[in-house]
Design a protein around this ligand. Structure first.
Ligand code: FEO
Length: 167
């Protein structure tokens, strides 16, 4: 069964959104390197890599469904931030936008009775729950240790041990 035009457009837009997300996480990594927080910078680079993988999941699905892949332009990332916690709050807001986009694709797929896209979309629904929870936990930790440089360094060390592939 061919994808409907609307579903194909939404899946293509998601490829670009995930690539944009990868780009933004890389910019956050660069900012954290500048702040002397290599562990958090590493965590952001791992996250950027994950977003590229997300983009490729949608890309490959479009190819498998014999649809046309159309890449859109990626906006320049935000590069100015007030503080470390500000960065993670921006990440959470971005993840919430991704969740909304996935939910929107799910609604389009449901209207189109495109059941073949459900396994992919279910994977992303679960992934977004996990991603939002992870970032929220980091925000909670940063708020708790506010002003405590030693605790910030400890958290930085811990985040620096994030493995390459921790999906
Ligand atoms: Fe691919 Fe973090 O959303």
């Amino acid at each position: 069964m061919a994808l409907t035009q609307e579903l194909e457009a939404a899946l293509n837009a998601q490829v670009t959104l995930e690539l944009e997300s990868a780009h933004q996480y890389l910019a956050l990594s660069a900012w954290l390197e500048g702040e002397g927080l290599p562990g958090m910078a590493h965590w952001m680079r791992m996250q950027s890599g994950e977003e590229n993988e997300h983009a490729m999941k949608f890309f490959e699905f479009l190819v498998d469904r014999n649809a046309t892949v159309k890449l859109g332009s990626i906006r320049a990332p935000q590069t100015e931030f007030e503080s470390v916690v500000d960065i993670f709050r921006a990440s959470l807001a971005a993840e919430q936008r991704v969740t909304e986009a996935i939910n929107n694709i799910y609604a389009i797929a449901t209207d189109a009775r495109d059941f073949a896209s459900y396994p992919l979309l279910d994977w992303f629904v679960n992934e977004q729950v996990e991603e939002e929870a992870t970032v929220q936990q980091i925000i909670d930790d940063l708020e708790r240790i506010e002003g405590n440089g030693h605790a910030l360094l400890m958290l930085d060390r811990e985040m620096g041990s994030r493995p390459e592939d921790d999906d």
